[in-house]
Design a protein around this ligand. Structure first.
Ligand code: 8LQ
Length: 466
């Protein structure tokens, strides 16, 4: 069974010169279209191998699993695998504080490390990611394969418009596009005046594919339009996004499609999980995200028990590397929210799918007066309102003993003519969310635009507690 799966080895080995038949929609036809139960059976054997590797090479996993009474050799069923305790970000931070800089879950020799990346550290101590040289090649292969699935082909120009620094998104997209023998334009993002220059370069090079965060694509469209350039003139065909919800938020997706005239593809798990594109839509199944289960094992779990929920249900993604030998993540808890299904995909791949993408983080969900509000719901709603100026902010504060939610949105309506907009949008939001909303409008182009991931929620209740 495993033997038929193309290049199915641990540690992974891929022929660096391989390219599929140009007419094939699949990079690895068998792996991508095989009976999912057969694939899962091969993955189960692999999970044991990865766990044996991690147990024998890292104190972190040995200590954690010994304490939980888990032995890699006992993982003979998915039920057994679901008993493996999840890894949390807090544990990784602690491991790195005690064993700097990479933690005691670094499973390869430090001479093997090829790239160091990390979290930005804006919300706490940064975490360092160490990626081995061989792992980097394998990541590039995986991403090339997924890009092929999106319809990107050798010789296509791929424009990468995300930060080239600690952030793994841009580097991972670059590695995949290079392995696919594309022409890559590693443009970057984030420097002064860079968005206007991106407009010039896009108009000049007319790339086929484009990678960024969804909020940055909307920002770019605004800048192009302010310079009198229709973003459709860039001729982009495939725009793939990761880093935050957006590409699967219907109104955001439509805004990007309308602005650029391109197919929007959602992808991305977590930086720790690089190859992070293992959850990704395809040209033939452009909506939602497919879970490429032979690259990373994706589970959608109950957030308390961390047992998988049935297909059709909501839960939190838990991820396991099947090919990483440096810092392999085995049951990494994401704290995100999603829903998964297993149904026939138009592209013919037999992977499960997240039909609505990843729609929020458990800790970003606003709990207010007994209701749960997803910031993406507000975004989706506002984008459908005529006269919306393109950006907004959600402020949650405590006044006396009551929590109050203020939504401040930009509008293109001139001052003095906003009453109907404010009244209708405020009451529309209120009935959608089921909580009282104080709605305010401000001039268009006055709220800050994200050059990277957007941060629209200001929860002032956190500050009052301190
Ligand atoms: N996150 C990332 N991708 C997302 C998506 N497509 N939809 C919804 N939320 C998404 C390097 C890649 O871009 C992955 C990445 O952004 O890694 P980070 O910086 O570690 O952030 C991971 C978090 O971004 C996830 O847990 C999601 O909340 C969000």
């Amino acid at each position: 069974m495993g033997a038929q799966m193309e290049n199915w080895h641990f540690p992974a080995r891929y022929d660096q010169s391989y390219l599929p038949d140009p007419d094939s929609p699949y990079w690895f036809p068998h792996r991508e279209t095989m009976d999912p139960q057969e694939r899962d059976a091969a993955v189960l054997v692999r999970l044991r191998e990865v766990m044996e590797y991690a147990y024998s090479t890292s104190t972190f996993y040995r200590t954690k699993w010994d304490a939980a009474g888990v032995k890699p050799a006992d993982i003979t069923s998915f039920e057994a695998f679901e008993q493996v305790p999840v890894v949390t970000k807090a544990e990784m931070r602690e491991s790195q504080a005690n064993h700097p800089p990479f933690g005691d879950y670094l499973c390869c020799d430090s001479s093997e490390i090829h790239h160091i990346h990390g979290t930005s550290g804006t919300t706490g101590a940064p975490t360092a990611f160490a990626i081995g040289r061989r792992d980097w090649e394998v990541i590039a292969d995986n991403h090339a394969r997924i890009l092929w699935g999106m319809g990107v082909r050798p010789g296509d120009t791929v424009f990468v418009a995300a930060l080239f620094s600690l952030y793994l998104g841009s580097w991972g997209a670059l590695a995949g596009a290079e392995r696919l023998h594309c022409r890559v334009l590693p443009f970057g993002a984030g420097a002064q005046g860079m968005t206007a220059r991106a407009v010039t370069w896009l108009a000049r090079t007319k790339p086929k594919a484009f990678y960024a965060t969804p909020s940055y694509a909307l920002r770019l469209a605004e800048v192009a339009e302010s310079e009198g350039i229709d973003p459709r003139e860039f001729g982009l065909q495939v725009m793939f996004f990761s880093g935050e919800p957006g590409a699967s938020v219907p109104a955001v997706r439509k805004a990007i499609e309308d602005a650029f005239g391109a197919t929007v593809i959602d992808c991305g798990t977590m930086a720790e999980m690089t190859p992070f594109m293992s959850a990704s839509a395809t040209a033939g199944t452009p909506d939602g995200m497919l879970l490429w289960q032979d690259i990373v094992w994706h589970e959608v779990c109950d957030p308390d028990s961390f047992r998988t929920v049935p297909y059709g249900s909501e839960g939190t993604p838990v991820y396991t590397h099947l090919e990483r030998t440096s810092q392999p993540m085995i049951r990494l808890a994401s704290n995100d929210l999603t829903r998964w299904v297993l149904e026939d995909n138009p592209c013919g791949r037999t992977y499960p799918k997240l039909p609505d993408g990843v729609y929020g983080r458990i800790d970003d969900m606003i709990h207010i007066r007994g209701e749960n509000v997803y910031p993406t719901e507000v975004d989706n709603y506002l984008r459908g309102v005529s006269g919306y100026g393109g950006e907004h902010q959600i402020v949650v504060r405590r006044t006396g003993s009551m929590d109050e939610m203020i939504v401040r949105a930009e509008t293109t309506h001139p001052a003095g003519q906003r009453d109907a907009f404010e009244r209708d949008t405020g009451s529309g939001l209120q009935s959608l969310l089921g909580v009282r909303v104080t709605f305010e409008s401000v001039d268009a182009n006055t709220l800050e635009r994200a050059e990277h991931k957007s941060r629209r929620v200001v929860d002032e209740r956190e500050h009052t507690k301190r």
